[in-house]
Structures are given as C-alpha cells and as structure tokens.
Design a protein around this ligand. Structure first.
Ligand code: NAD
Length: 264
C-alpha cells in the first residue's frame, strides 16, 4: 500500500474505546498504510477493541496487563512469532486510583503512588525493553503525557508526578536506544474527554478553561493527536528523539488567563 507508514508494523497499547487517544493514533497510522496490532487490558474491553481493530483490518488483538511482566512477555512473544520485527510502539496507558485524582496531592497514599508509577511510568520502560529486541531496522516508541507534569494542575496530583517521571524516562530511553536508531518521544496532549479523563475531578471545568485560554481558543481532538503522532512515528520525524511534543492548541505557552476569556 501507499502512505507514510507503508510497510511498517506497529503495536498500539491503550485502546479502551473509540474515544481513546490510542484509537485516534491507530486510525491515522492505518490510513497511511501501517499494519497494526492492538493490546487491550482485561476481557471486558475485548468486545470494544475487536470491532475497532476489524474496521481497519487489524488481525492482532492481544491481551496485556502492563502491571504484570509475564503478561508483557506473552504479548511480545506472540508478536515475535507472527511478525519477527516491529517498527513502532504506541504506549497510551495511565492509571491511578480516582479517589486520589481530586483533593490534595499531599494526601497521596504509598500504595497508590507505587501503583500509579508502575502502570503509568515503568510500563513504558518495560515495553521498551521488549520492543528493542524486535526493532532490527530502528524504530519509534511513543508515549502520552500531560502538562500536569510541568505545572500544577487542579486534581492531577500523583498523575502529574508520574507524568514528570515518564517524561524524564523518555529522555533516558532516547539516549540508551538511539545507538540502534530507535527513537523515543512523547506527545503532551491537550485535554480530551476519554474514559481515563473522566476520573479526574472537575474535568469539564478544566476542558472549558483550556478552551478559553489556549492560543487556538479550543481543545484538541483524538484525530489531531493522531496526525502529530504520525510525524513522530514515521520517517518525517527521523531526527527527532527525546522530545515532548505539545499537541495542546498552544495551552502550554500561556502564562495568564486571556482578557477575552469569560469567567467560568
Ligand atoms: P483511555 O481511558 O481511553 O485510555 C487509557 C488506557 O490505559 C485504557 O485503554 C486502559 O485499558 C489502559 N490501562 C490502564 N491500566 C492498564 C494496565 N494495567 N495494563 C494495560 N493497560 C492499562 O484514556 P486516554 O485519555 O486515551 O489515555 C491514554 C493516555 O493519554 C494516558 O497515558 C493519559 O494519561 C494520556 N493523556 C490523556 C489526556 C486526556 O485529556 N484525555 C491528556 C494528556 C495525556
């Protein structure tokens, strides 16, 4: 087939439904000729992910819980047997107890801190360890982060601390894997109404705030994150690694509420 991603095979982790950022990225890659394998967490999500995969002709829909190393091994073993090599991986996974995505960061529990860091941060490194072995002609790894890594955002709490660690790990992974022409980047996406986002306190208000104050005076879509992901995953981004690309309608450059923004 034709397209920017023709001949490339990639694993996309983190589709829960058609609102998922991972799904926006999957569609953009498939449109440009990529062959995609999906991983999903837990049997309940299979009935949502399977029809989405079918709609773009993706054969592989494989279970993987990233909190379990053996589960990640099993996923990569299947891909190794079926594909042999891999060109890209998208990691669009994060999780924290939603009781701690409201209120104060200082009240974060030890158990939830560890779980949040394990699922939302370490899993990207765990995936990179396995993917590296299958990326014989170089490759591109991509994860998703949020502005709450850089600045304090209401209710983001432990997830902000986790995203800061995730962004730092992108840089360390970029250095380690660069010698093998494997690039490692993150997209810092603007707020999008997804399943994961609905766990965050006052999310509607945060969406509105972004809409009124971002330079483009709007939020962003899954499709737009997908287009930017295409740049990092394809040859267009061949010299880009260790980068955190903001796809947020410009929100991250703003230092003060706009004069034309209404009180919300
Ligand atoms: P989503 O709920 O559609 O996706 C989150 C995914 O994480 C789900 O598919 C879920 O199954 C998966 N997941 C959670 N725990 C897992 C585990 N143990 N093993 C395997 N998978 C697991 O929501 P989304 O907003 O598309 O989230 C994707 C990524 O984008 C997350 O990292 C999120 O932090 C990030 N992000 C989201 C926004 C936003 O506003 N929605 C903004 C910036 C960054």
């Amino acid at each position: 087939s034709n397209g920017l991603m023709a001949g490339k095979r990639g694993l996309i982790m983190g589709v829960a439904n058609d609102k998922s950022i991972a799904w926006g990225i999957a569609k953009a890659c498939a449109d440009q000729g990529a062959e995609i394998a999906f991983s999903y967490q837990g049997d309940a999500l299979l009935k949502r992910v399977r029809p989405l995969a079918d709609s773009i002709g993706a054969k592989h829909v494989l279970p993987c819980d990233v909190s379990n190393g053996e589960s990640i091994d099993a996923l990569f073993k299947t891909l190794e047997e079926d594909w042999g090599s891999l060109d890209f991986v998208v990691h669009a996974i994060g999780f924290s107890n939603k009781d701690e995505l409201r209120g104060r960061y200082v009240d974060t529990s030890s158990d939830n801190f560890r779980m949040t860091m394990d699922i939302s941060v370490y899993s990207f490194t765990a995936v990179a360890q396995r993917a590296e072995k299958m990326m014989n002609d170089g490759g591109s790894l991509l994860t998703l982060t949020y502005y709450g890594a850089e600045k304090v955002m209401p209710h983001y709490n432990v997830m902000g601390v986790a995203k800061a660690a995730l962004e730092a790990s992108v840089k360390y992974l970029a250095e380690d894997l660069g010698k093998d022409n494997i690039r490692v980047n993150a997209i810092s996406a603007g707020t999008i109404k997804t399943l994961a986002a609905s766990g965050i306190g006052d999310f509607r208000y945060i969406m509105k705030w972004n809409e009124y104050n971002a330079p483009l005076r709007r939020t962003v879509t899954q499709e737009e994150v997908g287009k930017s992901a295409l740049y990092l995953l394809s040859d267009l981004g061949s010299a880009v690694t260790g980068e955190v690309l903001h796809v947020d309608a410009g929100y991250h450059v703003v230092g003060m509420k706009a004069v034309d923004a209404p009180d919300i």
